[in-house]
Each structure stands twice: as C-alpha cells, then as structure tokens.
Design a protein around this ligand. Structure first.
Ligand code: DX5
Ligand code: ZN
Length: 214
C-alpha cells in the first residue's frame, strides 16, 4: 500500500520539521487545496506548496477542492507536482478535457468524488484518468470519521476497472488509519491519504510504515 500523508492538520509553525519527518517514510505528500467555495473551508495556497516542494524529496500529490480547477494546472506543474486531482462535481462535462490538460503538463491526472457521488459516474473516465480519488469523508476538513460504505464503492469501481482490463489506480482519502487499512487493501486500493492518523500520532513514521505494510 502506498501512503500519502496530508499536511492539512500539520503544525504550520514547524512545517519544515513536519515535512522532513514524514518525507523520510512517505510515498507521496498530499496537498489539500481548498477555496472556500467548492468546500466550506480555506486551506493554503502557492506559498505553502512552494515551501513544501523545496523541502520534500518524495513526489507531491495535490488534491484540488476548488471551482474552476483548470486555472491552476500549470502552476502546480511548475512546482513539480506529480499527481493532480480535481473534483468531478466541480468539473462536470469538462472532466475529460481537464484530464488531457493535466497529462499534457506531465502529471498523473486524477478525478476525485465526494461520498454522495455514485461511482458509476467515474466509469466514462476509466482508461482516461491515471487515478481516481474516492473520498471516504466529505471534502473540506481533516480529522473526520471514515465512512464505511466507501469499501463497497471501491469494490464497485475496482470490478469495473478489471472488467475493462484498464490501468488505473484507486486512492482513498479521509479518516484512513490502522483500523480500516486492511479493508481498503482488500478492496483493491492502491494509495491511501492519511492526515490526522499520521500527523497526530506520537510516532508518525511508525504509522506510515504500519499502513504501508498492509
Ligand atoms: C479532506 C481532505 C483530506 C484530509 C485527510 O477534505 O481531502 O485529505 O485532510 O485528513 P484525515 O486523514 O484527517 O481525514
Ligand atoms: Zn485530500
């Protein structure tokens, strides 16, 4: 299992220290970009992305929870971000075009969906998206409780990906930790995002390794 710790709940007074610690063990660093419109919260913007990119050695994975995500694709590419996802709810029928734009900029392109979006809505993008981000909480805040129906949603998506013989990774984000990692692994998840279970732990590196070992 690949693990992408989210720095959303990090101590930003000591961001460099937090990044260095998780960077030593993580597979990716997950950046949660919120605009206060698509989600009822603001997170952080380019000065923070820039700072993280200068400290981290592992690849960056940015999750855009914003309206008009296409405005920012080039800027994220310029910071060396390797995985970039936007929400289907924000992009609608333009999703196919956005995937192509992200790929053209040299990044892996992903589509994210909140828990109330039927996974069938992702089926047209199988074979087009490099990855799907299935939210296991409603986008907007760290530290929420994992929604268990997510496991069924992952199974449904994974079955369809296999049925079509497509190459496509599944990422799950929200409330992930040691208590649900086995179920996620069994459902066929490739990458988990983990915010508070890692950042809030006494030994973040140990938690990352525990999740990776699942
Ligand atoms: C929620 C974000 C998540 C979140 C993960 O909107 O997309 O990435 O920060 O944090 P935890 O693991 O605490 O749910
Ligand atoms: Zn996220």
């Amino acid at each position: 299992m690949k693990v992408a710790p989210s720095i959303l709940t990090a101590d930003f007074r000591n961001l460099e220290k937090e990044i260095r610690l998780i960077d030593s063990a993580a597979d990716y660093i997950h950046l949660d970009i919120m605009d206060g419109t698509f989600v009822p919260n603001l997170s952080y913007g380019f000065p923070v992305v820039d700072a993280v990119s200068k400290v981290a050695s592992c690849p960056l994975d940015a999750h855009l929870m914003v309206v008009n995500p296409q405005k920012w694709f080039e800027k994220f590419a310029s910071y060396g971000v390797q995985m970039l996802s936007f929400h289907l709810e924000a992009a609608g029928w333009k999703s196919g075009r956005y995937l192509r734009q992200i790929k053209k900029l040299g990044m892996k392109a992903g589509i994210a969906v909140d828990p109330d979006v039927p996974v069938k809505k992702l089926f047209p993008y199988i074979g087009k998206a490099d990855f799907f981000l299935i939210m296991s909480v409603f986008a907007g805040f760290g530290g929420q409780k994992f929604i268990y129906e997510t496991i069924d949603r992952v199974h449904e998506l994974q079955d369809e990906i296999k049925r079509r013989g497509a190459e496509c990774l599944i990422q799950v984000d929200g409330g992930v930790g040691p208590s649900n990692i086995q179920a996620l692994k069994q459902a066929g998840v490739d990458i988990v995002v983990a915010g508070s279970s890692v950042i809030g732990a006494e030994d973040p590196v140990a938690v990352i390794r525990e999740l990776q070992a699942a």
